[in-house]
Design a protein around this ligand. Structure first.
Ligand code: ATP
Ligand code: PAU
Ligand code: K
Length: 255
């Protein structure tokens, strides 16, 4: 039973076609498209795909974008379904004040991350870092309860904010340095250590709360750029959102 997973982010849509709606399914094809270009998916990379029989996605880009994606899916006979953050799903409980207001990308990525940890050994506290247009840093306790998380600007937004908010700063790419001695390096290092510092702080909060070293899982297109600047051991996972969608799909579609 072919299964299409779709992650509609703030900047790009990412999709992956699997041979079944369950964790460990074989990847048949995958791709990414900037949101400005999603209207050509049906005549582009989706045209020659094997038909998906089931589909599950998450969207943070709003209803208009969701409808545009669904229009592209009309080439297939498949019912679009989208994850909405809830109080409980796939072994995770949601500690957000209003569970449905939690970004569904965050919720799905946490479900993927929790199952990664459980597949490797006993349950333990977990920090989940997603590095994309925005950065999120989530805390999950040993029992699988999402305790809360941080939202911060991604590296690109930070640098663009500095460029437009100051008189004389321009933003050519620099290197990450412990003691930056030029503007480019100072900006690049500032953004990178802001993210690494937020993760370190959450790690400390969770360690203090649970009294046990948390696992740390990082995902997102720019995860590998953050890797050398992290202060704790962590695992880099390619796409936690797809992993989470496979977990949820297995429960919903009985894969
Ligand atoms: N050196 C860096 N360190 C950290 N983050 C970076 C770095 N360079 C770029 N980035 C961030 O990585 C982002 C791209 O990551 P990714 O490909 O996951 O995002 P995206 O798919 O465009 O976002 P979304 O999932 O929100 O649509 C950029 O928007 C930028 O903020
Ligand atoms: C925080 C982002 C932008 C991260 O992609 C997304 O998850 C979102 O729009 N969330 C809604 C607000 C919230 O999660 O509290
Ligand atoms: K995202």
């Amino acid at each position: 039973m072919t299964f299409l997973a779709i992650d509609v982010g703030n900047t790009r849509l990412k999709w992956a076609l699997y041979d079944a709606p369950r964790p460990g399914a074989a990847l048949i094809a995958h791709g990414a498209e900037f949101l400005d270009h999603i209207d050509r998916l049906a005549e582009g990379s989706w045209e020659s795909l094997p038909h998906p029989e089931r589909m599950l996605g998450c969207v943070v880009a709003g209803d208009a974008v969701k409808r545009r994606v669904q229009e592209q899916m009309e080439i297939w006979d498949v019912t679009p379904s989208w994850v909405v953050s809830s109080a409980q799903e796939a072994g995770l409980t949601n500690g957000y004040d209003h569970p449905s207001r939690l970004g569904s990308d965050r919720w799905v990525a946490m479900i993927g991350a929790r199952h990664h940890v459980l597949a490797r050994g006993p349950a333990r506290p977990l920090v989940v870092v997603m590095v994309g247009t925005a950065v999120t840093v989530e805390c999950i306790d040993t029992e699988g309860r999402f305790m809360g998380g941080l939202i911060l600007p991604g590296h690109g937004i930070m640098l663009r904010a500095l460029e437009s908010g100051t008189a004389g700063l321009h933003v050519p790419t620099g290197e990450v340095r412990p003691f930056p001695t030029n503007t480019s390096d100072a900006l690049t290092s500032g953004g990178t250590y802001a993210i690494a510092g937020a993760v370190e702080r959450m790690y400390q909060h969770l360690l203090q709360h649970c009294g046990q070293e948390p696992a740390c899982i990082m995902t997102g297109g720019a995860g590998w750029k953050m890797a050398p600047s992290m202060t704790r051991p962590f695992e880099l996972v390619d796409n936690l959102i797809f992993d989470g969608l496979l977990e949820i799909a297995a429960q919903r579609f009985g894969g």
